[in-house]
Design a protein around this ligand. Sequence first.
Ligand code: IVH
Length: 681
Amino acid sequence: MDLEETKNRVEYLRKEINYHNYQYYELSNPSISDFEFDKLLEELIRLEKENPALFDPNSPSQRVGGQITKEFRQVRHKYPMLSLGNTYSAEELADFDLRVQKGLNEPYEYICELKYDGVAIGLTYINGQLAYAVTRGDGETGDEVTTNVRTIHSIPLKINTPGYPQEFEIRGEIIFPRKSFDNLNNERIELGYEPFANPRNAASGSLKMQDSREVAKRKLDCYLYFLLGDNLPFNTHYENLVQAGKWGFNVPKYMVRCSSIQQVMDFINEVDKGRSQLPFDIDGVVIKINSLAQQTQLGFTAKSPRWAIAYKFSPERATSTLLSVDFQVGRTGVITPVANLKPVQLAGTTVKRASLHNLDIINELDVRIGDRVYVEKGGEIIPKIVGRDLEKRPVNAIPLEFPLKCPECATPLVRNEEEAHHYCPNEDTCPPQIKGKLEHFISRKAMDINSLGEGKIAMLFDNHLVNNVADLYKLSYTDLLGIEKTITSTEGKEKKISFREKSVENILEGIRSTLGIPFERVLYALGIRYVGETVAKKLAFHFNNIDNLIAASVEDLIQVPEIGERIAQRVYSFFRDDYNLKIIEALKAYGLQMEIRDTGARILENKLEGRSFVVSGVFTRFSRDEIKKTIEQYGGRNVSGISSKTDFVLAGEDMGPSKRKKAEELGVKVITEEDFLKMIR
Ligand code: IVH
């Protein structure tokens, strides 16, 4: 095939695949077999790979993912991405209606839609092609997640029906359908990963994954409910969305016109009754003024439109019997009481366990074993007990006893005066705490060993191969090969998993690769309480190496900018513990970086010492990351939000007017890139 022929074939394949995708995903009416479809797709992917000149970011081949995003680019929203005011009752809704009436003084119409419980997204189309997809972020700027969004089948990559504005944005919600969510969580449990708390968290986590191929596997969906731009086709919200539906967007299935607030309430009640049957989570209903002219007339407050409001459902509630209570020990030693209940249906799932939080809440609720209890589902996967029915209390109901000793290691429990939780102080040998330390050590911002995860850590620990972070470096190929674990899925199926050659090699390679990780991250990875990433950096750069840090007194530690008494005490006592020192010695012997290397990241001069900066906008000489790094190199500190304590706002081009206003109001000095250069020269 010459290039011309290849080009034609590629175009043909793209058209065919788009057509079959539409038949399959939108109409649920596949017109060819999966096998035939895969053949077409394979051919397209091959031809595109062989002919890089024919690359098109909106080719249907991009639906399967494959591109890796190392860091998500920050993009400023053309129109700020606002939130909605909330109402929880008919009265509050009537108040909203009254405000609308006063504001308009003429007849108006509402459109009611479901309030999808997912992750907000803005899709910008230029010349009918998806140009970029940006998350809400702080409402002014968000993360560009286009590559991942391209894998969502219900989002058109190209619009084929004419009549769309040359440039427009459409906003909506990316959701995780319940069925895909259950499948994903079952799979995660099988592989030994922590399940996601709810579909919303899963959707948000998925969008931020680096490997778009993984995102493609997750079967996300998207509903689009807000069209923005200069040349919209109609002057009502409803007609614009119907039109967007014709362009191929998944617009809300329920869009109900209401001419009175009573009709709105009727719709809300109907949805509330049926919501557990929906294939995805919603958390309310959104009510919007239909006419765009009236929307403009009502306008916005600082945070939300005056022309729309959300009605939020109260959490669903069920009644069950409290059978027993387990006291679980968390990764940080915190004890959480978890109730075992007689299974009951709640918001579409069977509930067997519910949280009782802590001793104060148990006392406040006054629940006993045998009680009839009320269970509610909030946003989290584990529902909570919110009360009990005293009249139904059996005579033999047993009061709960909070354990005095750790259920895992029998160490007496501790409770600090100002804290609500009890915890097990045995950080070194209490099993869940050891696992917690190991998980922290391998996490992305620490040693970033992504060939290990929670499940594998548990296998290493349960097989007595690893008892602390230094033991990871002792592991050999023969130690690991073939170790196995039996797991039980949520459906009660048992399955054996074991380490095979490839996974053993990956684990060992992952561990080896940590030898080059800089000292400040090693320090963070040790998991000293209160020593987060920033504190670890400060300590590392101040003391230069682990020996100086170990030798430091509490007074020495307090000398470091921003290290207060509480952190200093904690760091000091961490290094007075023989077990910790032994681990550090071992890590040193294995070759981990225990001192600052001169990579240019070190503090060059202290010209900006103690000064805090908020960096905003785009710069000419530096990227945002570079300018932030420079601030740190000169001893300054980056903070994310402007407060009265901020010393400078470093403003690039395009800094949002609201940030400037806030800086002015708080009397924070706004400086330019040039001013900044003068400061450090
Ligand atoms: S309209 C200017 N419609 O709920 C307001 N939002 O809590 C535009 N949401 O920020 C938003 N379903 O992320 C609108 N049918 C719907 C929605 C919806 C879910 C989200 C959206 C919004 C948040 C407010």
